[in-house]
Design a protein. Structure first.
Length: 510
């Protein structure tokens, strides 16, 4: 009886109003079932968020206490403030430990006192320009803005959601948008229905894009509500659900302005594309690479850049070289890079959609690439003396390392000191480290961005012919190297050509 009676009532309600949504029918069924069930088996009644977040009574402290148990039917929330706290008094100590680890990995000990390690600090707070938050609910079956909150996860307890009320590591604009967005969920409920993640991207030029991710398809009235919300927030809003993306507030790009050597460079950043999280430190990274290559050799020769992305380094370094040949596997990033070069009126850069492995094959004439012809690039026309690489966390493969060993100078930017040290050890057979750098992109974490400047020894010989390295390279080496960071398939809709058999399912590194 307790099972069938609520079901019959729900069917009766549906027969009266056939416009009822599945969600409302579920609520009807749950409501009637709770009434007719014995009291001992009733569900915990919904508790408003206001009783948790606005109360100043001792009850609040017990609710937010990590060790407290649910009492009086109030949901327990774990306070995640410790995950995003800025320990400013410990900043120098934490950074010194990371720099010491970098020097140890690169073997920059007392015997290498002539190798200068530049250290670039970050602002102590409000340094992150972007962040992602999951959306968590107090009650799984009653999802309203007043009963939901932003969460992050602790690596030690990956299944325990931690509430994030403020984000002191984030930019001031990011924090402002976090606070201002939530009331709009009450005003425009369609923006909240089935929402499970919110992503924020801000810039030093005070532009922002917010991405809202949904479990269910976006409804027809989402666009109108998002346009109103975007106007109120003065930001772009992107809605994402399975196989569908809608944009409100104009295009999905924002403009970032970075200042390097008192000169401003403009960069378009696209929703979903990679961008450096710490813009202040990013400016220092670009300036460091610019200083390493500012000489007569650069002015009379060309630069090869692998993994150019959206052209963050390329745009600034182009002034040091006769011509820059940049490669990138992502079609969207190539288009973004070309737009950035146009935005900065840079005309001595050619971008080709090739991975580093494909460029290596092309450089030794192992196989032809139609994409080189389409970009009007003839490798024999370039006098490449310097190479800049900024690979993913997995670092470089053996063939690319062997290719780099052929050039006079290498500027290596890395987000993983361990793989940097591994690759530098290979390159030291032909090159010498002349300068290193530590960029604190990620304060209060163990992560460190780093850079190394290597110059080829005058008497260095190639350790192995490049053709031999290519012939012995395993077909699955790229996948093995990228398992630690995740890959996604990139669907290509252009026609296949000789030498491009694997383009349609190439693994794109994040």
């Amino acid at each position: 009886f307790h099972i069938h009676f609520p079901f019959l009532v729900t069917v009766f309600a549906a027969s009266i109003d056939r416009q009822l949504s599945l969600t409302n029918l579920r609520y009807t069924f749950t409501f009637v079932k709770n009434i007719w069930k014995p009291k001992i088996n009733r569900r915990i009644p919904f508790q408003s968020m206001s009783s948790i977040t606005t109360s100043e009574t001792p009850q609040e402290s017990s609710v937010l206490d990590n060790t407290s148990k649910p009492t009086n039917n109030i949901a327990t929330r774990k306070d995640g403030a410790y995950l995003v706290a800025c320990h400013e008094d410990k900043y120098s100590e934490l950074l010194n430990d990371k720099v010491a680890n970098l020097k140890s990995l690169l073997n920059l000990n007392k015997d290498d006192e002539d190798v200068i390690t530049d250290v670039y600090e970050s602002p102590r707070k409000n340094f992150r320009m972007r962040a992602n938050f999951n959306i968590w609910h107090d009650h799984p079956n009653r999802r309203f803005p007043s009963g939901a909150f932003y969460v992050m996860y602790d690596e030690a307890e990956k299944k325990v959601p931690c509430e994030i009320k403020v984000f002191p590591r984030g930019s001031l604009l990011l924090n402002q948008l976090m606070t201002s967005l939530w009331p709009l969920f009450e005003t425009y409920p369609v923006l909240f229905n089935s929402l499970f993640e919110a992503r924020f991207v801000t810039t030093l030029s005070q532009q922002a894009v917010i991405t809202l991710c949904y479990k269910k398809p976006l409804s027809s009235d989402w666009q109108a509500a998002a346009e109103l919300a975007a106007t109120e927030l003065n930001a772009k809003i992107v809605g994402r659900s399975r196989k569908l993306k809608l944009v409100a507030g104009g295009s999905e790009t924002v403009l970032e302005t970075l200042t390097v050597r008192d000169k401003q460079f403009k960069y378009l950043q696209m929703e979903g594309a990679f961008s450096q999280p710490n813009a202040i430190v990013c400016q220092k990274m670009i300036e460091w690479a610019l200083d390493r290559t500012d000489d007569e050799l650069s002015k009379n020769s060309d630069l090869l850049e692998l993994y150019c992305g959206g052209g963050t380094f390329t745009a600034a370094l182009a002034q040091n070289f006769r011509t820059v040949l940049a490669t990138e596997i992502s079609k969207a990033s190539v288009a973004l890079a070309q737009a950035n070069f146009k935005e900065n009126d840079i005309k001595n850069v050619k971008v080709v959609r090739l991975s580093s492995e494909e460029f290596t094959d092309a450089y030794v004439n192992k196989r032809p690439f139609k994409r080189l012809q389409e970009a009007d690039v003839k490798l024999e026309d370039f006098d490449i003396r310097t190479v800049l690489v900024d690979p993913p966390r997995s670092g470089l493969d053996d063939a690319t390392c062997e290719l780099l060993s052929r050039f006079e100078r290498i500027v290596y930017i890395s987000c993983c000191p361990e793989t940097l040290a591994r690759d530098v050890a290979k390159l030291q057979a032909t090159h010498t480290v002349q300068r290193a750098a530590a960029f604190d992109q990620f304060p209060y974490t163990h992560h460190l961005e780093s850079g190394v400047y290597l110059v080829r020894n005058a008497t260095a010989a190639l350790s192995m012919p490049l053709d031999a390295v290519l012939s012995h390279r395993k077909d699955n080496s790229i996948v093995e190297d990228t398992e630690m960071i995740g890959i996604e398939a990139v669907e290509e809709d252009d026609e296949e050509e000789d030498g491009d058999e694997n383009v349609s399912k190439k693994a794109k590194l994040h």
